[in-house]
Design a protein around this ligand. Structure first.
Ligand SMILES: [Zn+2]
Ligand SMILES: [Zn+2]
Length: 383
């Protein structure tokens, strides 16, 4: 329990005083902080390891290998895989549409039933609470690709992907975090409740329920239910979410601002579940769409979920960058040659069909090796 608690509380902490925070004190301290120079530490790997995270991530990866081999050679119910994909997709949407676009960037507003839905599904990713995610993410945007960035991609692909979880935060990152105002997150009662009770929420909704639902409703074996719906689901979704910090800062095009590192890339967009238009996102972080196309045109499940919630009144005040502002920004600091020209409607529809089919197929990459192995070696694939 102590180790699990560290994932949420200790991993992302900038300052222990946040845990017993005082909004007024916090605002005053932010106002009083002068501009500072980051101390450049030559290697983040010389920092003390965060042993709790090293142990829990090692267990997760070893368990994922064991579980994957096991489900590749044994039979399971098809419903178990469908159920795992559904809750995994919902947890990815909850992280992207909830802790990212709603709480990190305030790009729209949500009513409490939607917040509750997001907080439950976001908790099952084992990616820390929505509050710690938003705290890290705001720091990432404000000090992107510098010593103040918790995921600092200039330290290498591995560091920005998962390495930053394995070492204690640098003094520069803590210093950067203290300069930002997170009081709105602490004042949101639901968000703070999820942060405070993250571990029990994760265990109930992320481990116990995904294991017992397949056992009760379609008579799955407990070990297979745990393997597919807990271990492999967490492993896959975590790495998909990590690509936003790693691959999205390495590969792709920079049509909106060529001077910054974040880039747009289709493959990254598929893997990260609609977060891969990252050059646009860093230039217009307040835009809930994370691209400037209609919601059907690019693979982006969270935007469609937000639209659905908006239609039934659960999401409102959706913020976007106007086309004039986007075009003006591209003209000023972007690369016009890389900015999509106006295409015919026929081209856009065909492109959208292609993008959604390839996007869904790419996001499910983990299934294929096991499927091909079963096709090659077994007369039946599932029961
Ligand atoms: Zn980024
Ligand atoms: Zn962001």
């Amino acid at each position: 329990m102590k180790i699990l608690n560290d994932i949420n509380q200790n991993l992302n902490s900038y300052d222990d005083s946040f845990e017993s925070f005082d909004t007024e004190k916090l605002k005053t301290s932010i106002d009083n902080v002068d501009d500072f120079q980051f101390n450049v530490e030559p290697s983040a790997w010389k920092r003390p390891l965060k042993w709790s995270n090293v142990i829990i991530l090692s267990i997760l990866h070893i368990a994922a290998i064991v579980c994957y081999v096991d489900v590749s050679i044994t039979l399971f119910h098809l419903e178990t895989v469908v159920f795992s994909v559904l809750i995994g997709a919902m947890s990815g949407i909850a992280t992207s549409a909830g802790s990212h676009r709603l709480w990190s960037h305030r790009s729209y507003k949500a009513r409490w039933p939607l917040k509750l839905w997001f907080l439950i599904f976001q908790a099952i990713t084992m990616n820390g609470s929505a509050l710690t995610y938003a705290r890290d993410h705001r720091t990432h945007h404000k000090y992107s690709d510098t010593e103040g960035d918790p995921k600092n991609p200039t330290r290498g692909l591995f560091y920005s992907h998962i390495g930053w979880w394995l070492v204690k935060k640098t003094d520069s990152v803590k210093q950067a975090g203290r300069k930002l105002d997170f009081s709105d997150l602490y004042e949101d009662k639901l968000v703070y409740f999820q942060h405070k009770y993250y571990i029990p929420i994760f265990i109930v909704f992320g481990v116990i329920l995904p294991t017992i639902i397949p056992v009760i409703f379609w008579n799955e074996r407990p070990w297979i239910a745990f393997s597919v719906c807990v271990v492999l689901r967490i492993f896959l979704i975590l790495h998909h979410l990590f690509t936003v910090n790693s691959l999205a800062h390495y590969f792709g095009y920079r049509p909106y601002d060529f001077r910054i590192r974040p880039a747009d890339h289709r493959i990254v967009n598929y893997i990260s579940f609609g977060e891969g238009i990252h050059n646009y996102h860093h230039v217009f972080p307040f835009d809930y769409r994370i691209n400037d196309r209609p919601q059907w045109e690019l693979f982006n499940p969270p935007i469609n979920f937000i639209h659905l919630c908006s239609r039934i009144g659960l999401a409102y005040d959706l913020r976007i960058a106007s086309p004039e502002v986007v075009k003006g920004t591209v003209a000023r600091k972007g690369d016009r040659a890389l900015y999509d020209p106006i295409r015919s409607l026929k081209f856009r529809i065909l492109n959208a069909i292609f993008d959604w089919i390839i996007g869904i197929l790419t996001a499910l990459w983990i299934i294929y090796p096991a499927l091909f192995y079963k096709l090659a070696t077994q007369p039946i694939i599932y029961i």
